[in-house]
Design a protein around this ligand. Structure first.
Ligand SMILES: [Zn+2]
Length: 288
């Protein structure tokens, strides 16, 4: 039978315990990103898949870039798979965090490539991206204008037994030769320029080297930047061009933003840009 003084002592002990727990919890909450990594590293149960899964979600939610990379670097030794990343890319996209989204998407893409290495042996390039729904110069001021994810595979040989999706990514193969066929946008414009314009139109536009370098560094999808006097008005149903000084941005795949990157610029130094799909190495008549 507990006496009243025993009960008081128990209540007091419970109070001390509660305050210690809340103090510990608040300390956990205010740990810096580096302290968080250190504290997890020193825990005996660090090699716990569920714990690492939670840290991955926490890193995406709180936008802890270094913590996220630390977990990704230790995925294999903790027997983690792409399954453990479920939902983390959604969080990063929702928070418009390009850096974290890029790290997660590239890990998934690498795993996809390893898993389907046999089917992808003829692929020349692969990258994760977001399908862009913006039209013309109406470009959203956000890297994620949709949540439609796609893994683009550049290959000249059709992929056999290709999966349609992989962890929320659509799988799309692109044959670079098709974008350089005779009726493609890139070749059509190149042909018109070759036949109707004899002067060097590149002299009309001076692009500073550092601006061009900056664009190449920020947009991995771009293969060539060159001034032009012809701008594509529409191409899908009717081939139509207009005479207008512009800057052609040639890219591997139109309508896809590589994950973690921005939309292409709609103008460079005040000159409008025109996005052309096609690999420049196959356009023999292009003039620069
Ligand atoms: Zn867009």
């Amino acid at each position: 039978m507990l006496t009243s003084s025993d009960k008081e002592r128990l209540v007091y002990k419970q109070h001390i315990l509660d305050s210690n727990i809340s103090s510990f919890q608040s300390k956990e909450n205010i740990l810096s990103e580096f302290e968080r990594i250190y504290s997890n590293k020193s825990k005996k149960h660090c090699e716990d898949r569920l714990l690492m899964q939670n840290i991955l979600t926490e890193a995406s939610t709180n936008r802890y870039h270094i913590l996220l990379r630390w977990v990704i670097a230790h995925m294999k030794e903790n027997d983690m798979t792409v399954d453990d990343m479920k939902g983390t890319l959604d969080i990063a996209i929702e928070k418009n965090d390009k850096d974290i989204a890029k790290a997660i998407a590239w890990y998934m893409t690498r795993e996809f490539f390893v898993k389907f290495a046999n089917q992808l042996k003829d692929a020349t390039d692969i990258f994760p991206g977001i399908r862009c729904s913006c039209r013309g110069s109406l470009v959203l001021d956000c890297s994620f204008c949709t949540n439609e994810r796609v893994i683009i595979i550049l290959t000249r040989t059709a992929i056999k037994e290709k999966p349609d999706t992989y962890y929320g990514f659509e799988i799309e193969e692109v044959n670079p030769d098709l974008s350089n066929s005779d009726d493609s946008e890139a070749v059509t414009i190149s042909d018109i320029l070759s036949s109707k314009y004899t002067n060097s139109y590149s002299l009309k536009v001076k692009l500073p080297t550092n601006s061009v370098e900056n664009i190449f560094n920020r947009h991995s999808n771009i293969t060539l930047i060159c001034p032009s006097v012809l701008m594509s008005k529409s191409f899908y149903k009717v081939h139509a061009v207009q005479e207008r000084i512009c800057i052609h941005l040639h890219c591997k795949k139109k309508g896809i933003i590589p994950l973690g990157e921005d939309h292409f610029p709609t103008s460079i130094l005040g000159i409008p840009t025109d996005i052309i799909e096609g690999n420049i190495s196959f356009i023999t008549k292009l003039r620069i």
